[in-house]
Design a protein around this ligand. Structure first.
Ligand code: NOJ
Length: 570
């Protein structure tokens, strides 16, 4: 969650916060190690694409699926095994695709189903799987189900959504607040009842207690698996169910950026029924050896653990967002977060950015050493035990480009929350491919402006610079795919009292990789005694290092924000 988005979302999310195996997939990373009993997604590197902003193949200012297909080569060379594409279904685009009006089609702005098939085929050729975004909690208010539902109290789809009488004249059924501002209930004059929406009013919540809703949604996932998708990222899973008795939520102190009281979403998020439904979604996924990734904002490991399910029967990949809430370069805090997720009963999933949070380049950058810090962060989360999900552009050090005037804001919450909440446009700007006009994203003015830094931070220029953020990412990803200790190995935190150097050992079958990251702005030395882990300092071999990193015996010297990844042999 972004620093900017955090106060707003976190206050409302407070209750949350308090078989296709690798070798069987055509064209899979040829050089990759692994497949030793691990499912494919544990060895894969995932990459999130915001389709509006990746490549605009038809020059209308908005990215599209053919644009994505044209970059499979780039993704493969980068070291990406699977792409998660945020919603590209038909949608009025109030929430840029998270308001779906047809779950089984592609929005014409992004292409067609045949472009989708072409993209799956292009991905297969390059060893890149396709993960779609599934939005189970709500539809668009323009979805035919909702149009029917609102038409009369006896309409066939009436009970597909959550309709209630108000408490009294002008009073919604209870005090639940929309995460995007205002009451979570909107009165519809046709039938004089309120419908519930956890997000925008244009995103009415589906009624998952209705078996017809459950059936059509499960069938929809099956339909996409048959079409070639390798899994789904499940949007806002914690919000699927609400208390049928509509108890008021407890009010907390203060107000959020939208001016609403802070509230604990006790009765409208995280209900136990969510887990029953995840088990059903998982059963369908298992028919196709597909993977389910969860948008799982949790405040502690117990909550995260629950998403894996009993014996691993729910989400294979609930994202560890606790990691993104460490918004400073703090080895002790990162150690704590990693230890927490390591103690869960599932495979860790690390992210440092996405389309809802300020880019990692800005969150961690100090304004002076941002490129060095971007490399440090890449070397960090891509070498942890678990599956990383990158966010497009992170690999070239893309920065946030927040709107400076309210009238330029596209994300509705940026308009309603201005100036405290500027919305999420800043982290969704076009991918920077080269230094030509519009960063090579489109020949037309893009839907969001590219930041001035595209002149230096773009794929073409960085490919030529051996010291670029992009080349560091490529080196680390290549190593991750070939080094058994990084793919399979255990994680051991080292030098746990060190407040400046984050270090750990990944070891597997007598081989190990040491990672040492100077998270401070001053030079640091760190000494390692790996005898307890069965390793001596004699056999170190540097694999990847920053310009001034050096080793002498068991001592590592690192420049400010310097990094070292070294192989350690017994
Ligand atoms: C989470 C998505 O990541 C966000 O972009 C969206 O606005 C909400 N869910 C509603 O679908």
């Amino acid at each position: 969650m972004s620093r900017r988005f955090a106060p707003f979302l976190q206050s409302l999310l407070l209750p949350l916060l308090l078989t296709l195996l690798c070798c069987g997939f055509a064209g899979a990373q040829a050089q990759a190690v692994g497949g030793q009993g691990h499912p494919w997604w544990q060895h894969a590197v995932f990459y999130e694409i915001y389709p509006r902003s990746f490549v605009d193949s038809n020059n209308d200012g908005v990215g599209d699926l053919n644009g994505i297909s044209s970059k499979m080569n780039y993704l493969h060379d980068l070291g990406v095994d699977a792409i998660w594409i945020t919603p590209c279904y038909p949608s009025p685009q109030v929430d840029f695709g998270y308001d779906v009006s047809d779950y089984r089609n592609i929005d014409p702005m992004y292409g067609s189903l045949s472009d989708f098939d072409h993209m799956v085929a292009a991905g297969k050729k390059h060893g890149v799987r396709i993960i779609m975004d599934f939005v189970p909690n709500h539809t668009s208010d323009q979805h035919p189900w909702f149009l029917d539902s609102k038409s009369s109290r006896t309409a066939p789809h009436r009970d597909w959504y959550i309709w209630r009488d108000g408490k009294g004249p002008g009073q919604p059924p209870n005090n639940w607040i929309s995460i995007f501002g205002g009451s979570a209930w909107t009165l519809d004059p046709t039938t004089n009842q309120y419908y519930y929406h956890y997000f925008y009013a244009q995103q009415p919540d589906l009624n998952w207690r209705n078996p017809a809703v459950e059936k059509v949604m499960l069938d929809t996932t099956r339909w996409w698996y048959k079409r070639g998708v390798s899994g789904f990222r499940l949007d806002a899973v914690d919000t699927l169910f609400e208390d049928p008795e509509l108890h008021d939520d407890p009010i907390l102190k203060g107000t959020n950026a939208q001016g609403d009281p802070n509230i604990e979403n006790r009765y409208n998020t995280n209900l136990p029924e969510v887990h029953d439904e995840l088990q059903k979604l998982r059963k369908v996924a298992d028919e196709s050896q597909a993977v389910l990734i969860g948008e799982t904002w949790t405040s502690n490991v117990a909550e995260l653990d629950r998403y894996y399910g009993q014996g691993g029967n729910e989400l294979q990949m609930p994202m560890d967002f606790m990691f993104t809430t460490v918004n400073k370069l703090s080895p002790p805090e990162f150690r704590r977060q990693i230890a927490a997720v390591e103690s869960a009963h599932g495979w860790p999933v690390f992210v440092i950015g996405n389309h809802d949070i300020v880019r990692s380049y800005n969150r961690y950058g100090d304004g002076k050493n941002n490129d060095a810090i971007a490399k440090l962060m890449g070397a960090f989360y891509l070498t942890l035990r678990g599956t990383p999900i990158m966010y497009y552009g992170e690999e070239i050090g893309m920065e946030n480009n927040d709107p400076t005037r309210k009238e330029d804001v596209k994300d509705p919450i940026g308009r309603t929350g201005w100036p405290q909440e500027k919305g999420r446009d800043g982290e969704r700007t076009p991918m920077q491919w080269n230094s030509s006009a519009n960063a090579g994203f489109s020949k037309t003015e893009p839907w969001l402006p590219v930041p001035a830094s595209y002149k230096t931070h773009n794929v073409a220029s960085e490919l030529k610079d051996p010291d670029s953020v992009l080349n560091l990412y490529k080196k680390v990803l290549a190593l991750r795919h070939t080094n058994e200790a990084l793919v399979e190995g255990s994680y051991t935190a080292l030098n746990q009292d060190d407040i400046n150097v984050m270090s750990y050992l990944r070891s597997y079958k007598g081989k190990a990789v040491l990672v040492a990251l100077n998270m401070s702005a001053s030079p640091q030395k760190a000494t390692f005694d790996l005898s307890a882990q069965g390793f001596s300092h004699a056999g170190w071999k540097t694999l990847i290092a920053s310009a001034q990193a050096s080793t002498k015996g068991n001592e590592v010297t690192l420049e400010p924000f310097g990094l070292l990844i070294a192989e350690v042999n017994p």
